[in-house]
Design a protein around this ligand. Structure first.
Ligand SMILES: *Cc1c(COP(=O)(O)O)cnc(C)c1O
Length: 477
């Protein structure tokens, strides 16, 4: 390892290629079986990775470091591209998107200002415009890439809070902070929405108490009547509803809240409506099922996660907003970075829209993978994941030892073996450590349930049948 960077010298180019090739070889060789997990327990892993020091007096050099990585780390990494991996909304990464990552980290653009990322900035703007159109937003909409759904949600909640407090309450929140009666502000979201709602409420100085948890119906969708009732009760009590969050694809069940009805109520009461479509955003690409998310354009902001259904490497997410101006809440000028004259001269500094300053060029992954696979390729991928979930659900329904929680709206199936909580827990652990199969576990109506999150289009019906048979066998042991 003589060269520090890839430069114009033939010597450094050669070394860059060698290092990359050796790494690629090590990675492909690590896929020596089709298990998702090699099986070690936490204690075994801690022992395995222990080094005398992480910062030796003399560096080990590239070869030795790669050997160590090959020996200790690569065999034990989860293979998210295995069809035996399905616990969370954590997807395998498509080949071309991994290639994008090489480009992203080699060139290492930072998205905060145009002079740090000229073509990358223009490309992010182009991708955002395409996404806005794809979800049905009109001209005047905008968006930005973020580190993930949690940050997308937090960004949307900040924009909602600032819009409401400045436009509706007439208070300059950017300058003076929260208004005196801030404890009356209320946001509504279903009881099974993502925890980033409460976390954001806390970070924004509103506190958990500002988050009203609306019950869900038997399909795990927000109960609209309960939502309306809670809003009306709050108004009667003198509280101030400012935001509702519809989950378009709940994390566990993939259930979809009644967005259109929520939009009407939000309009009536001057509330911002955010759609947390971290999961469900991918459904738009399925020609067959896109109508399930066709109302997304009604929301004032949308969270889109590309590292879930879109099968892109972590991290990759965006928040889209209906009215560009609302990003003003996040704009603050720094003389060294985003000069006001830049904008007048056509230089876009994306830091104006972001919670982050230094930021990854994740938009490239979307650009390359959309172009590479096109509408047809993506539609097949998303449709097959959704149809696998339908198939699994039908098999579970037909088998008397299992109970399914809801009919899948996207690609997650939550169910339980009727033998009870302990049996379901035992089955999941055994699958993980003895079979290298990773499935999810959650709770519904106080029962421990098993969860298959089907984001891998290579999953087959036959494989699903085998998994169900194995679960049945393990439960009986
Ligand atoms: C995954 C998820 C999030 C969080 O997204 P990250 O990318 O993990 O930060 C938020 N909302 C929902 C509904 C999710 O499923």
């Amino acid at each position: 390892m003589k060269n520090l960077f890839l430069t114009n010298s033939p010597d450094s180019k050669k070394e860059y290629e060698d290092i990359m090739n050796q790494t690629l070889k090590a990675v492909t060789e690590a896929f020596c079986d089709d298990k998702a997990y090699s099986g070690p327990t936490p204690q075994e892993l801690q022992k395995l990775i222990k080094q005398n020091t992480l910062l030796p007096e003399e560096g080990l050099g590239w070869q030795k470091t790669l050997e160590l990585t090959k020996e200790k780390i690569l065999p034990n990494l989860l293979r998210t591209s295995s069809t035996d991996y399905m616990p969370h909304l954590h997807s395998p990464a498509t080949l071309e998107s991994i290639a994008s990552e090489v480009i992203i980290s080699t060139f290492n653009q930072s998205m905060d200002s145009w002079d740090q990322a000229p073509v990358a900035t223009e490309l992010e703007v182009e991708v955002i415009n395409h996404l806005c159109k794809m979800y049905g937003y009109r001209k005047g909409s905008d968006g930005v890439f973020t580190s993930g759904g949690s940050q997308s949600n937090q960004t949307a909640i900040i924009l909602a809070r600032d819009w409401f407090i400045s436009k509706i309450m007439g208070w300059d929140v950017k300058k003076y902070g929260l208004p005196e009666n801030f404890r009356k502000l209320r946001m509504y979201t279903s009881e099974i929405s993502h925890f980033s709602m409460e976390k954001s409420a806390h970070i924004l100085g509103l506190g958990y108490e500002s988050v009203v948890k609306v019950p869900v119906d038997k399909n795990k969708r927000m109960d609209f009547n309960a939502f309306e009732k809670l809003v009306n009760e709050d108004i009667a009590k003198g509280n101030i509803p400012f935001l509702a969050v519809a989950t378009i694809g709940t994390t566990d069940f993939g259930s979809i809240d009644p967005l259109a009805k929520m939009a009407e109520l939000c309009k009536k009461h001057n509330m911002w409506l955010h759609a947390d479509a971290a999961y469900g955003s991918g459904v738009i690409l399925s020609t067959k099922y896109a109508e399930r998310v066709k109302d997304l354009y009604l929301a004032d902001s949308i969270t889109v996660d590309f590292h879930k259904m879109f099968l892109l490497p972590i991290s990759c997410s965006a928040v889209l907003i209906k009215e560009k101006e609302d990003f003003n809440a996040l704009t603050i000028h720094a003389d060294y970075l985003n000069r006001e004259e830049d904008e007048e001269d056509g230089y876009t500094n994306l830091v104006d829209k972001s919670l982050q300053t230094t930021r990854r060029f994740d938009a490239l992954k979307v650009w390359m993978s959309f172009l590479a696979r096109g509408k047809k390729g993506w539609s097949d991928i998303i449709t097959s994941c959704m149809e696998n979930a339908q198939y699994l659900y039908s098999q579970i329904k037909a088998n008397p030892v299992f109970e399914a929680v809801t009919e899948p709206e996207i690609s997650s199936v939550v169910f339980r073996h009727t033998a009870g909580d302990e049996v379901n827990k035992k089955v999941r652990r055994k699958l993980l450590h003895q079979h290298g199969i990773v499935i999810g576990q959650t709770v519904s109506d106080e029962n421990v349930c098993l969860k298959f999150t089907l984001l891998n289009p290579l999953m087959t019906h036959q494989k699903l049948d085998e998994l169900i048979a194995l679960i049945q066998k393990l439960a009986a042991e």
